[in-house]
Design a protein around this ligand. Structure first.
Ligand code: GRF
Length: 193
């Protein structure tokens, strides 16, 4: 089946762009129906508009996180999306959205989980002194960066790496891994009744 995707992004949107590129070249049987951002100025919104994809800025209220998620959930359902793709979405989801789309939310993390969860994963890897790091695509559960792993890619860490050089090496792999994992997950996925 062709998957209908909702992408949630807070910033740059390079993973979203890689997913859209994979769709356009025919290596991912899907369509992005909705790009949703908590940040008005997120470049991801402009990328969506360039591709004629519905782009929505939904303001985030720290004091009422569920209100944001209820609105997001309604938009996602309204567009008939099968999967929710977190691509640089910088907000932790509450159990509300995780339960509403249980088993249908994917995330990409710039480290080899379960190592270096949370923010600044690339810097955490450098600080620890690991010789290899990478990226992980996983299902989102209520515990941060802890859901079942769908795929990983490994990159070497060099002595003279800095946060930007390591991040760039990992990002290159993210752009290949995410579309592959969505395609793979889509093969086993059946929409809820
Ligand atoms: C990526 O490094 C991703 O792993 C992390 O946030 C970053 C998003 O980058 N979750 P982009 O917005 O997709 O360019």
């Amino acid at each position: 089946m062709s998957l209908a995707l909702a992408v949630l992004a807070s910033g740059r949107g390079s993973n979203f762009q890689a997913i859209q590129a994979a769709i356009e070249r025919g290596s991912l049987d899907a369509s992005v129906r909705l790009l949703l951002s908590d940040r008005r100025k997120a470049p991801a919104l402009d990328i969506a508009r360039t591709h004629g994809i519905e782009a929505v800025h939904l303001p985030y209220d720290r004091n009422d996180r569920e209100a944001f998620e209820r609105k997001a959930g309604d938009l996602i359902d309204h567009q008939g999306c099968d999967l929710v793709i977190l691509a640089g979405f910088m907000r932790l989801l509450t159990p509300y959205l995780v339960q509403r789309f249980a088993g249908r939310i994917l995330n990409i993390h710039p480290a080899l989980l379960p190592a270096f969860k949370g923010l600044n994963a690339q810097q955490q890897a450098l600080d620890y002194g690991v010789k290899y790091s990478g990226c992980t695509v996983h299902l989102v559960t209520e515990d941060m960066d802890a859901g079942p792993i769908l795929g990983q890619r490994v990159v070497p860490v060099f002595e003279d790496d800095t946060e930007p050089t390591l991040s760039a090496r990992i990002l290159e792999q993210e752009h290949q891994l995410y579309p592959e994992c969505i395609a793979g997950y889509g093969k086993t996925f059946s929409p809820p009744p």
